[in-house]
Design a protein around this ligand. Structure first.
Ligand SMILES: Cc1ncc(COP(=O)(O)O)c(C=O)c1O
Length: 476
């Protein structure tokens, strides 16, 4: 091992030669992570056979070190809405790097963040007039919590069961899934959990008049749970009636993913007080997010010159992030990707839904644009019931793996489970996928389902082994 990174093969200018460094260490990903980053994640990936080494990425595709091509239906948890390494965004970024333009001067008002804020505002409804830039989705949620408390002077935040808003402390305090919270208590006080789609429960909480905000995902990422008709609109109205803010966490759903710029646009005239976005805002090149809010809220937080940076962060408004954001918004519009998300989502969703009557394990397919949930459920026939019961006794999160593993192994498609202890697979593909990609997925999924409906059979061997392994580890 060289004493300095890439030290053996320096670039022409004497600096790091990144190409050589990557070549030198190719295939060592899991050793490095096992030693330095996250050994238990390495064990998990190895157990389910997801320990691949990807070396190239373009659009919705990845290639591993052996040259195998994969269809990426996960898109970095939704970050790569434009596909990976989009040439337009890269061109803008490289042109910008050539300019030696300043970034993060801090004691100035940067032109680029002003421009990106202006562009974002053109694309959202109503009076979301002020924009704060973040480096992640969770940071946006923290911002919303702080703004809501400061603007209303109230202590409580209402959130939903199964909600996911990120893993920093404020965001984790609004998390509706114990698997993420275990070991990290105590959380923020006055965070109250209600069922999603339950307006009565919301009004009960709001009527205590101490609620600063209701924070909600327009489509819940964990489980891909859709809002009931009129739910978001009425929830926002109830918030207004009781003096609380309605915060739409659009980190996953925003920027065209669901077939609208913001997913709240599906729900009629939903009037949010704060909207949080992130994920695909930079096309995956640079971390960036944004919080849009009404002016009066902003004025309460930044109420004087002394408080003009009362909420901020060192890397907020970095030039590269802002440029990537401008390029990404331009691309979204130029290539009409929002409409494309709706169209391709319908093709995938309808193709999958047509399989439901033919496969006992398939319970429901639901979607908004290219945010798709495929839910499995208990079958009717005896042999399959045995398989279902066995899987769930071994581990409550195991069943979807029986589909995910062959999808990757045999069909080279990367997908994810939509949460802990649920039988839902989530698809969040890049918005640029085409008809061939849709056919690739539908054909593969049908074959995987056909195999799964043969029990006992080889499709079950791998997951049964994994389940037994998990059981033995828990027993230790
Ligand atoms: C709805 C929602 N909010 C917030 C977050 C947190 O974003 P980040 O992981 O960038 O902190 C996520 C991440 O998946 C999300 O889906």
């Amino acid at each position: 091992m060289p004493s300095e990174p890439g030290g053996e093969q320096r670039g022409r200018q004497g600096g790091l030669n990144i190409r050589s460094l990557l070549e030198q260490y190719q295939g060592r990903n899991y050793d490095l992570h096992g030693s330095h980053v996250n050994p238990s994640n390495v064990r998990t990936l190895k157990t389910i056979g997801f320990d691949r080494c990807y070396v190239r990425a373009e659009g919705p595709y990845l290639w591993d070190a052996e040259g195998k091509k994969y269809l990426d239906m996960l898109a970095g948890y939704g970050v790569f809405a434009f596909g990976r390494n989009h040439p337009q965004i890269r061109r803008v970024l490289t042109e910008f790097l050539e300019l030696d333009y300043p970034s993060l001067v801090k004691l100035e008002a940067p032109l680029l963040s002003g421009l990106l804020a202006q562009e974002l505002k053109k694309r959202v409804l109503n009076d979301l007039e002020m924009v704060f830039f973040t480096n992640s989705g969770a940071e946006g949620v923290e911002t919303a919590i702080k703004y809501a408390k400061c603007a209303t002077g109230r202590p409580a935040i209402v959130h939903c069961e199964k909600a996911f808003h990120g893993l920093t402390y404020g965001a984790l305090s609004l998390n509706g899934d114990e698997s993420f919270r275990e070991g990290f208590a105590p959380f923020l006080p006055d965070c109250r959990r209600i069922p999603y789609n339950d307006l009565e429960a919301l009004e009960r909480e709001l009527s205590s008049k101490d609620v600063a905000a209701f924070v909600v995902e327009p489509v819940q990422g964990k489980g891909v749970n859709l809002p009931a008709a009129g739910y978001l609109c009425e929830a926002a109205r109830l918030c207004r009636k009781h003096g609380a803010l309605f915060v739409a966490d659009e980190v996953q759903t925003g920027l065209g993913r669901t077939g609208r710029f913001l997913a709240i646009e599906h729900g009629g005239s939903v009037e949010p007080d704060i909207v949080v976005i992130a994920k695909s805002l930079s096309g995956g090149y640079v971390p960036v997010g944004a919080v849009l809010c009404k002016k009066w809220i902003h004025e309460k937080v930044f109420s004087s010159m002394q408080r003009s940076v009362v909420h901020s962060s060192t890397f907020s408004q970095g030039s590269l992030a802002m440029v990537a954001g401008l390029a990404a918004l331009d691309l979204l519009e130029r290539e009409q990707l929002t409409a494309r998300a709706e169209m391709m989502g319908n093709k995938l969703g309808e193709g999958l839904r047509a399989m439901v009557p033919r496969f006992e394990f398939l319970k429901e397919v639901r979607w908004r644009g290219l945010m798709i949930g495929i839910e499995f459920g208990p079958p009717k026939s005896l042999a399959l019931k045995t398989a279902w019961g066995l899987m769930h006794r071994l581990d409550k999160s195991l069943f979807p793996q029986a589909a995910l593993i062959p999808l990757l192994d045999e069909h080279h498609i990367l997908t994810q489970v939509a949460g802990h202890h649920i039988d839902v697979i989530k698809l969040l593909p890049p918005l640029i996928i085409n008809d061939e990609d849709v056919a690739w997925f539908l054909t593969a999924f049908e074959q995987v389902l056909t195999q799964l409906h043969k029990f006992p059979g080889p499709a079950w061997d791998v997951v049964t082994r994994i389940g037994k392994l998990a059981l033995t580890k828990r027993a230790r």
